[in-house]
Design a protein around this ligand. Structure first.
Ligand code: ADP
Length: 286
């Protein structure tokens, strides 16, 4: 099974001609509401592919929380470990300008209430844990330590980028980053092999339309992405993470898992939204 530890947010997306400055009011388009958050997205991506997957997270007792739970369940995700917090569901306020650029403000709300104590006795039957960083860092570090102790493979999606302790980095089996996060970690130069010096057993760097690179002790392997017409890349990295975890839990090696993950992520960018854009195995022609 796959256990995802991470955020669940309602995405509120508004198209604007330009963003307001301080003290200014700008009128935008209609608000589009969709279920998001890196943890929930990752779990939904794995669930759509047929994986046995649970999300450990927190939502508020409000309509956005119910929207997120419905979306998770519709994808077959086990929500038994999603706590209902007395804080409001996390919200991402997203403005999109005509050049396609996103600017995102996240109000973590209930996600901030996820504590280290919530990540105890949750590893029964779990082969792979995926963690991303929209939840408190102490919770992430505790989850990684506990998973490693329990012999669970740890996939850490370092997004949004944050500084982890050397102990935590040393417990990671697969460090997943995009190009920006990789550069943030290793400095300029794009020598992705340097990622292994930080401690993880292996790393996967996603390169947008160019696919991904798998970095292992024995060498690096480039994995090309299918060519597609991208309409919305929101949540592509999370789709990749969910697909990678699903394949690893099935016993695939990392390069084989990455080859499937680029197909899943490339499919996701051809449709709008994050979770609504994720494919089933049938959508992939499998
Ligand atoms: P993030 O969304 O985290 O910034 P990337 O932009 O690297 O990460 O995208 C993650 C994955 O999504 C890529 O490895 C690739 O498989 C897929 N992808 C993203 N953009 C495109 C694109 N324009 N065409 C095809 N695949 C894409």
């Amino acid at each position: 099974d796959v256990l995802v530890v991470g955020s669940a947010n309602a995405d509120l997306v508004v198209a604007v001609d330009r963003r307001p400055g301080g003290g200014e009011t700008v009128l935008g388009g209609d608000t589009v509401l969709s279920p998001g958050g890196k943890g929930a997205n990752t779990a939904v991506a794995a669930g759509r592919l047929g994986a046995d997957v649970a999300l450990l997270g927190a939502v508020g007792d409000d309509p956005y929380g119910r929207l997120l739970l419905d979306s998770l369940r519709a994808a077959g995700v086990d929500t038994g470990l999603v706590r209902t917090s007395d804080r409001p569901t996390g919200i991402a306020y997203i403005t999109v300008t005509p050049d396609g650029e996103n600017a995102i403000l996240v109000s973590p709300g209930a996600n901030s209430s996820l504590e280290p104590a919530d990540v105890e006795a949750v590893f029964d039957g779990v082969e792979v844990m995926v963690v991303s960083l929209e939840v408190p860092l102490p919770t992430v570090e505790h989850a990684v330590a506990r998973a490693a102790e329990n012999g669970v493979k740890v996939l850490l999606n370092l997004s949004p980028a944050a500084k982890l302790s050397p102990e935590t980095l040393g417990r990671i089996d697969v460090l997943l980053v995009n190009e920006h996060e990789a550069a943030w970690l290793t400095g300029p130069g794009a020598d992705f092999r340097k990622l292994l010096d930080l401690g993880p057993r292996a790393a996967v760097v996603t390169l947008g339309a160019a696919g991904a690179v798998v970095v292992e002790a024995g060498g690096s392997t480039e994995v090309a992405s299918p060519k597609v017409d991208a309409v919305d890349t929101t949540g592509a990295g999370d789709a990749f993470a969910g697909a990678l975890a699903a394949s690893l839990a099935d016993g695939a090696d990392l390069v084989t898992a990455a080859k499937r993950a680029v197909r899943v992520a490339a499919f996701s960018v051809t449709r709008p939204g994050a979770q609504p854009s994720y494919p089933t195995a049938a959508d992939l022609g499998e």
